[in-house]
Design a protein around this ligand. Structure first.
Ligand SMILES: [Cu+2]
Length: 124
């Protein structure tokens, strides 16, 4: 009975958090001085690996950003670009792996152990 209300509340909280993040990202971009080093502008992104899925399945990032895959499952996974632009190798349960976005493009990736797992990194 309380469940639909709860999950609606969570959805609202999630939307609010996303809006806040977008707002902060915009504010951060405009507030930074033009002579900032590239590193200072780099953003951090998280892709959770849970329930045999990449979450979010599609992530947009800019060159120089860092994307970290965190394996929250109980089995190892990989994040491997079909083009081999990146390949995490095995990420043990509870471990993580970070890729610094190096080239622009839409990069489809999978888990070598579970090919049904699919994700896309959209690098701008
Ligand atoms: Cu896997």
């Amino acid at each position: 009975m309380t469940r639909p209300a709860l999950s609606a509340a969570w959805r609202r909280a999630g939307a609010a958090a996303a809006a806040l993040c977008a707002g902060l990202a915009l504010a951060g971009a405009s507030a930074r001085p033009a002579d900032d080093t590239p590193d200072a502008k780099a953003a951090e992104h998280i892709v959770a690996i849970e329930g045999m899925r990449f979450v979010p399945a599609t992530l947009t990032a800019r060159r120089g950003d860092r994307v970290t895959w965190i394996n929250r499952d109980l089995v190892p996974h990989t994040a491997t670009a079909l083009s081999r632009t990146f390949d995490s190798g095995a990420i043990a349960a509870g471990a993580s792996w970070t890729y610094t976005v190096g080239e622009a493009g839409s990069i489809a990736y999978t888990c070598l152990f579970h090919p049904a797992m699919q994700g896309t990194l959209v690098a701008q």
